[in-house]
Design a protein around this ligand. Sequence first.
Ligand code: ADP
Length: 258
Amino acid sequence: DFSVQLPDRGDDELGELSRSITILAQDLKRLKEQRNEFLSSISHELRTPLTYIKGYADVARRKSIEEADREHYLQIIYEESERLSAMMKDLFDLAKLDRHAFIIQRTNIHLSSYLATVYEKMMPAFQEKEIRLDMNCDETLYVMVDPVRFEQILFNLLDNAIKYSDPHTKTSVIAQQEKGEVFIAIRDEGAGIPQEDLPFVFDRFYRVDKSRSRHLGGTGLGLSIVKELVEAHGGRIEVKSERNKGTAFVIWLKEEKE
Ligand code: ADP
């Protein structure tokens, strides 16, 4: 009896082990591929602004060109340098998040007062583009967040709402409690995101409309940082969108007591 059972069990364990090793090997291969893809996107993304800078600097230094043209070229050089520094900053943040070197110092905050300060800081940018910003937060809500990082999350999402909306539209921020969780929804009436692009918007360097996003100064890294920061807070983020109607990002966090 005993000698019959042993090979059976052994086979099971060996089979199990061999399956685990296969899965591990596949994971490693996928990680390596992802790293290679990431590195090649970085070099591609960095190369583009550099090509502009080099090209326009080359024309701008010619003696024969008109002063107005030179100013235009210098403006492009300036904007592309700004994009490069934004990208370096984002990449640096992502690298820190990957290494778990990002220090998240959470404190219990009164959400409504906190959102009011974010509102004040963001207001001028909304006014500049004539977009209405509405905020509506349940007064009783408390959440554990790192105030600096959480501001980064909200700024990124609100900045996108401005970038991808037309003037005279509305963006609303709504915070409410639902089943022991708090959700903060940022909803705009902008361009929307096509259904087929939705699963990828949190991916690094993913942009629905490359040329539009470039023109608006985007790096394609903002949402990937937002997602990692939300997850570093133990929360999650969802997106819903409809083309030409608008987009809603919803952050879920655990509710705290006062
Ligand atoms: P970017 O720097 O290009 O804005 P993000 O990572 O912040 O990069 O966003 C990725 C892409 O998702 C954007 O390029 C844009 O196509 C789309 N997107 C993000 N937020 C919105 C929004 N509120 N409305 C419409 N599209 C959006």
